[in-house]
Design a protein around this ligand. Structure first.
Ligand code: PHE
Length: 380
């Protein structure tokens, strides 16, 4: 048997194989269990020692040459297949990418950002407190003792179990307990008190529900404590804030005597509006003197000078420190600025509503240009 001729023929057939399948078929034909070269290897056992010595190396060399040829051809065919694929496949990077669903910033978050921005320019820091409160911070320290009738007005959600220190636990009905928490912290850091300028935006809860009331809503509390603070500082601060927020210079405020247990005197603040005629009928716009013809007043927020008892509960000496406080509905501010008319839709999570009224994450909150240029009246 001429091993050299056998090898030449095998190598030539392998080189001529055109597909990986053809290469595999040749491997089976030569080296498989029933393969011809495997068959040759089996004959070695029956040979005499002399025969084996001369035939053995040649058969092994034959097997190695064929194995190498098979591997080389397989590699070449795989490489060619890859080349062909690379040449044929194309990604068109100029095609527009499919739209990725994008969320939006809720109007309440947007308005809270705007509030923080405007009040930061006036020197106010942002303070927070827990939504699960105790009745001491939510009521008692705010001059509403156990039997106070104003407690009943708040439609409070109470928890069945008492909290630490045996206090009754509740969902805070307003952001005013943050006044107490902030004062106590400041008075502790600097015994006797220290000037304070904070806003406290957040969620509040009352058992109430209709087109303008939801069981959860948002307020922003404002608190300034310093020496020589009076109602003029309150009015200037609110006016400056509302002008920046509504982006109108003609915001006119009216202060009406009112009552809150935690402020004395208390004032309800109204803002003037006017009837503006447009293509789809007329609508009310904020701005202008509410007493002018075709104008009116709208109740906007509650405020007043911090009650002496509240200053004391907060750790301040009222003979030295005075303050003003206010509380505004954040959802209401959003409705007035951005034109929604049903508060309940704020919390429905309807994607269409959110797409319409929501803001891009890239939107800047209302710029308070100009506000910073005016000297900060409050506490200055
Ligand atoms: N906490 C009051 C409310 O929820 C608002 C308020 C805050 C009034 C601060 C005066 C001062 O109605």
């Amino acid at each position: 048997m001429d091993h050299a001729a056998l090898q030449a023929e095998a190598v030539q057939r392998i080189a001529a194989a055109e597909t990986p399948d053809a290469v595999e078929a040749l491997r089976v034909e030569f080296l498989g269990k029933q393969g011809s070269i495997s068959g040759l290897l089996k004959t070695l056992g029956a040979m005499s020692a002399d025969e084996r010595q001369s035939a053995g190396p040649r058969i092994h060399a034959l097997r190695e040459a064929v194995t190498a040829a098979l591997a080389a051809r397989k590699g070449a065919l795989q490489g060619a297949a890859m080349e062909a694929r690379l040449a044929a496949e194309r990604i068109d990077l100029t095609l527009p990418a499919p739209a990725a669903p994008r969320g939006s910033v809720h109007p309440v978050s947007q308005v809270m950002d705007e509030l923080a921005e405007i009040f930061a320019d006036l020197g106010f820091a942002v303070a927070t407190g827990p939504e699960i409160e105790d009745d001491w911070h939510n009521f008692t320290a705010l001059n509403m003792p156990e039997s106070h009738p104003a407690r009943a007005m708040h439609d409070t959600f109470y928890f069945p179990d008492a909290g630490p220190e045996g206090r009754r636990m509740l969902l805070r009905t307003h952001t005013s307990p943050v006044q107490i928490r902030t004062m106590l912290k400041a008075a502790k850091a600097s015994p006797g008190g220290a000037p304070l300028r904070i806003i406290a935006p957040g969620r509040v809860y009352r058992s109430d529900s209709d087109a303008t009331h939801t069981p959860m809503f948002h307020q922003v509390e404002g608190l300034v404590i310093d020496r020589g603070i009076h109602l003029g500082h309150l009015k200037w601060t609110l006016e400056t804030f509302l002008k920046a927020f509504f982006e109108r210079d003609d915001i006119v405020l009216r202060l009406r005597p009112s009552y809150f247990p935690f402020t004395e005197p208390s004032v309800e603040v109204d803002v003037g509006w006017q009837e503006v005629k447009g293509p789809n009928g007329s609508r009310r716009m904020l701005g202008g003197d509410g007493d002018a013809p075709g104008h009116g007043w709208m109740e906007l927020l509650g405020s007043g000078m911090v009650n002496v008892r509240v200053l004391e509960a907060g750790g301040y000496d009222p003979s030295e420190w005075q303050g003003f406080a206010f509380g505004i509905g954040v959802d209401r501010l959003a409705m007035l600025k951005y034109g929604m008319d049903d508060l309940r839709a704020f919390f429905d999570g309807d994607a269409r509503w959110l797409a319409h009224y929501g803001f891009s994450a890239f939107d800047q909150p209302t710029l308070s240009a100009g506000v910073g240029a005016i000297s900060t009246g409050a506490g200055a």
